[in-house]
Design a protein around this ligand. Sequence first.
Ligand code: SF4
Length: 413
Amino acid sequence: APAPPPVRHLFSDPAEVEALRENLLAWYDRCKRDLPWRALAATEPDADRRGYAVWVSEIMLQQTQVATVIDYYNRWMQKWPTLQALAQASLEEVNELWAGLGYYSRGKRLQEAARKVVSELAGRMPRTAEDLQKLLPGVGRYTAGAIASISYGQATGVVDGNVIRVLCRLRCIGADSSSPAVIDHLWDMANVLVDSSRPGDFNQALMELGATVCVPKAPLCGECPVKQHCQAWRRKLFGKPPTVPDVEDCGVGDCPLCPPATEPWDSSLGVTNFPRKAAKKPPRVMRTATCVLQRRGCHGAPEYLIVQRPSSGLLAGLWEFPSLPLAQDLQEEKEREELADHLQACMGQPVAAKGLQFIGEVIHIFSHIHQTYVVYSLHLDGDVTLDPALSPSRWVTEDEFHASAVSTAMKKV
Ligand code: SF4
């Protein structure tokens, strides 16, 4: 069995745990943000609808700011107020509403899971974190814990990015916070800390603290309701970690939770010494030629051709201007020729490279891809239909384009 973690990294004093819960919950009651899914979770008598609302909000909140999510959440719940309504939606409608939130597969998976609840679970949401994770596609350990604690009152902890930061600071955990040893330890800690009488509020309070006070760059330690329990803060004030009863090689030996000996505490960073992450892989660099094909529609207004992306992979099923990934370091002339050949193959009619007008470049950063779109335009006199065997396509006005399931990157284009 692995050695137990050193005491410094634990919450081993029940009185301290109790005090931390009280302070955190009192702060949450005073300062929590009013969010529509919180209001619904607190007042909705139907447990399945509570679970559904929290689930939708949690999936939307992954990697997206609260301020952005509110509008999407409200529109979603208005359109599909229940699991049953979502189960009947088409993927196209889901993609249209999701457009701009990023990570499009999350919306698709949410809808697939809703269909599963309706068709295989008689419309009843699983009630525990274990069952939610086991039975619902796209629901991981975090989302399952959030739904179970907030909607059903299960005393189970959650660990997301905000919680990682807060717990690593509270207990001076400086080893790579994405390593399995640290992640396992943080889950254990979250499960020890969670308040059994108000688990949903406790979990939301811990996340809220990370989102509004214990923020990544300039945490507001002076206003923090749990600063008296925070070892990083004490270390910043007093220059060294508090003494603990029985650990003694922690921080100097090979403790799996302390910062590596090669990167010791840096006093200029203060509490932001924690958490630490292994250096990220640099994003993949991609270059894509894209062409805005334009024609005059029957009412005289311009129309644009959009095509649908494949149903798997990046931006699956979304619509875009006809596009072609390019090899790196191509000359501009060559890029233009390749795009013309691609359009010609799609449209089945000649396209002259010199007829393509270069408009400019648009850079869009996906989480792991640095994408440059090289944008051209082409005005067409007659009608054009793309070979439907290659990909579905349609002509849209500017308004229709914005209402379609197109990515933020294409809107920039
Ligand atoms: Fe975070 Fe500072 Fe509070 Fe510690 S005292 S939990 S570092 S805000």
